[in-house]
Design a protein around this ligand. Structure first.
Ligand code: NAD
Length: 506
């Protein structure tokens, strides 16, 4: 392997896929998966896949560790997460480069993703002293009532390829301070990111005397994935990925009356009115639509612009798109890397073909760059006077559909017509428009922004969306509650036994 940062992260050419917190287990399958960089299609490593038997072994450790970890005072659990945050800081550049190599986002976004993992560690440290319950006044004399929060158990974390570190960190940092232990099943498209993190976790938690709080199994969906979602011993499955996957996972977990935390697809729109600051619109939209090559759940897919300024804005954007440097995401100056694989390129081409068939006009892009190795496409703008059915599908690629509107309420209704409800934005300098967009009759999404694009959320707010996005909330605010069980306690410190609602008995 010719990348120094892989060596610095301790990654070998062949890695094991099962990690119980005290290093790798010798996997039992003999089956391997080769990992290729989308940058030029070359092999960057090989992982031995974990079997269901390996999963059982890792789970046994996580269950055993839970018995001790749940009783460690939460601020002490927070201290271990503080150390994890420090270790991530030490390796930020290498981890960011690994994300670029394995997933394809540019270096700055790769490092930004590691920063997100660091930020959530910091957040979790503070949170470890703030897992507050409420107290309430009892209706009975000499009684005290309160709520407290306890850890849930071993939780399952399933993550998508496009945020191969941050999404794990959102879950893992919070779950750990909440007192849970966990098993992570990363995407088979980005297993090296998971293994590099697990190596850091093993060192930090091992030195702190708590190995096995965070564990990883790299396995197939049909084997390890299906076993996890049907496993009653995992009280919570946190799953991030496509709506298709979420429906499968949600149904399986519900059938066993488990809890699921679903973070699924998005189809996010920006609405622009004629009062908007067009420089802000321009910057927010290009980042939202072209950033990560359109492979964010919050990527901007639809831009709806008030008619008098719509076409001119579309043409300005198209001119800017022509200057976007596409190439190796590790090279400085490159703004857009490759798509994850060839399937993604084919889906991009199919979506462009559908858009044209449905009456869309390709203003720029629309083609894959097949003159080089890797999975590159041109960022694409499709103009259409009317909404196109294809624009309501989430194509994980840099395609932006631009349409004009005449009445703001119609634009908001159009935005809300998507099956998903993740992120949304309005650019305006009109206070009534802004407040209307944020009102109950406005955006129906989990995230609603004014004069900020749809993508690039901070960790402090609860992150997630409605409808087919799955309804889950992760990261900041009170998202921690998903990882704990609530207990209502009533204490009678008197000498009588009054019953609630004044019921008389005995
Ligand atoms: P995907 O659905 O193909 O895979 C996601 C994960 O689910 C992977 O780990 C995969 O192995 C696993 N999986 C798939 N089928 C499974 C099964 N039957 N049992 C158990 N696990 C199974 O998604 P992807 O292509 O990796 O990621 C892109 C999608 O993720 C997009 O739709 C994007 O919008 C969404 N996403 C959402 C968020 C969010 O926070 N809302 C964040 C990132 C990505």
């Amino acid at each position: 392997m010719s990348y120094a940062f892989l060596t610095a992260l301790g990654l070998s050419d062949i890695e094991e896929g099962a990690w119980n917190g005290s290093g790798p287990l010798a996997t039992t399958s003999g089956e391997t998966v080769d990992v290729y960089t989308p940058t030029d299609g070359s092999r960057i490593g090989t992982v031995r896949l974990a079997t269901v038997a390996d999963y059982e072994s890792v789970l046994a450790t996580a269950q055993e560790r839970f018995k001790a970890w749940r009783s460690v005072p939460a601020p002490q659990r927070g201290e271990v997460i503080r150390l994890l945050g420090l270790a991530l800081r030490e390796h930020k550049a290498e981890l960011g480069a690994l994300i670029s190599l394995e997933m394809g986002k540019i270096r700055s976004e790769g490092e930004g993703e590691v920063q997100e993992a660091i930020d959530i560690c910091d957040f979790a440290v503070g949170l470890s002293r703030q897992l507050y319950g409420l107290t309430m006044h009892s209706e009975r004399a000499s009684h005290r009532m309160y709520e407290q929060w306890h850890p849930l158990g071993v939780i399952g974390i399933i993550t998508a390829f496009n945020f191969p570190m941050a999404v794990w960190a959102w879950n893992a940092a919070l779950a750990a301070v909440c007192g849970d232990t966990m098993i992570w099943k990363p995407s088979l498209k980005t297993p090296l990111c998971a293994i590099a993190l697990q190596k850091i976790v093993d060192r930090v938690f091992g030195e702190a005397g708590h190995p096995g709080v965070m564990t990883t199994v790299v396995g197939t969906d049909a084997g390890v994935g299906t076993t996890m979602i049907n496993d009653k011993r995992l009280p919570l499955i946190s799953a991030t990925g496509s709506c298709r996957m979420g429906k499968l996972v949600g149904t399986a977990v519900a059938a066993r009356l488990g809890r699921s935390l679903l973070e699924l697809g998005g189809n996010n729109a920006i609405i622009v009115d004629a009062t908007a600051d067009l420089d802000l619109v321009f910057r927010g939209t290009v980042f939202g639509a072209v950033g990560t090559a359109g492979q964010r759940c919050t990527s901007t897919r639809r831009l709806m612009v008030e008619r008098p300024i719509a076409r001119a804005l579309a043409e300005r954007m198209a001119r800017a798109y022509e200057t976007v440097r596409i190439g190796d995401p590790l090279e400085s100056g490159v703004l857009m890397g490759p798509l994850i694989d060839d399937d993604a390129v084919r889906m991009f081409e199919a979506a462009v073909a559908s858009a044209v068939e449905q009456g869309g006009e390709v203003l720029t892009g629309g083609v894959a760059l097949r003159d080089r190795p890797g999975h590159y496409v041109r960022p694409t703008i499709v103009w259409s006077d009317k909404r196109l059915p294809i624009s309501f599908e989430e194509t994980f690629a840099p395609i932006l559909y631009i349409t004009p509107w005449d009445r703001l309420e119609d634009a908001i209704a159009d935005q809300n017509d998507a099956d998903q409800g993740l992120s949304s934005a309005l650019f305006t300098n009109n206070l009534r428009h802004a407040e209307g967009f944020l009102s109950a009759a406005g955006s129906d999404c989990g995230i609603a922004n004014i004069n900020i694009g749809t993508s690039g959320a901070e960790i402090g707010g609860a992150f997630g969306g409605e409808k087919e996005t799955g309804g889950g909330r992760e990261s900041g605010s009170d998202a921690w509650r998903a990882y704990m069980r609530r207990q209502t306690c009533t204490i009678n410190y008197g000498t009588q036994m009054p019953l609630a609602q004044g019921v008389e008995f005995l």
